[in-house]
Design a protein around this ligand. Sequence first.
Ligand code: BTN
Length: 335
Amino acid sequence: MTPGADRVLAGLRRAEDQSCSGQSLSDELGVSRNQVWKHVQRLRRRGYGIEGEPGGGYRLIGTPDRLYPEEIAANLETTWLARSVEHLDETESTNDLASERGREGAPAGHTVIAERQTAGRGRLGRSFYSPAYLNLYTSILLRPTLSTHDAPTLIHATAVGCANAIAETLSDRTAIEIKWPNDILLGSLKTCGILMEMSAEATRLDFAVLGIGVNLNVDREDFPDEFRHRATSLRTHSGTAVDRIRFAQTLFRELETSLERHAAGGFEALRGDYEDLFRMTGQEVRVRDLGGGERVGTVLGIASDGALLLESSPGRPERIVAGDVTLAKAEFPHE
Ligand code: BTN
């Protein structure tokens, strides 16, 4: 959006439900009233409801259900995260674009949001269903001072931030569960996935991209067959539509908090929060590793570096650093 239209919008917002005179906007911006009218037209084309009042005033009567940077910035409670937002109507994957920005030198916290992804992806080569205007698909660029060895725990910090944002939105955390390492479940069904991608030199991280997809308002019935049996959305779960802009603002605030705690104290600082939402301890699970190998064992908990502790033969706990975990008696063990 142009800076002029942005300032007209800010003026209309300040007036709340009162009318704002064209003259005062023109004085404030130092442009002609005709120019103000052109900015208003631009805002209307973007989906804003702006009523023209007799006498030349304007009143904001509706904002579009789009994750526009100016909407997110309006009530954003972060210091550095999502202070620069790039919004696209459609892209293949927001992670690709955020990685490109990382290579170009964009600052930490730069955020890409798309209304729809044509090739949204998850871990282990899976796709992430990304229909338009219903959910949140976002990728955040980070430049942490971390070794590649410690980097995976950023996923755990992200999972805590996502779970907290979902809990706040639903005003309830009883149904929320973290599925190690990177999914958030609601009533045992997936509602949020995290895909971290990194660029590193030797053992030091250059940048990381945190890709987050949250099913907010998509109807469970509308998921393609391959996802429907294991996915849900906040709206399907609670019966109430989610304000996507407010959710994005809550998520960015919670993520900034979690990432700052991680930066100050590593995974150890968040371990209690992660374990509170990790409900597989004591359960018998099946772990599929990245090479396709499989083992069954009892979950003992999460190690201080974020690894899953599994006892597959008595008295010999193993550390699992990557893989996919499902309850051993689950109906769909490989999903
Ligand atoms: C998973 O399910 O394994 C992770 C899913 C991550 C999806 C998000 S949506 C935004 C970002 N862009 C992608 O292509 N993937 C992530």
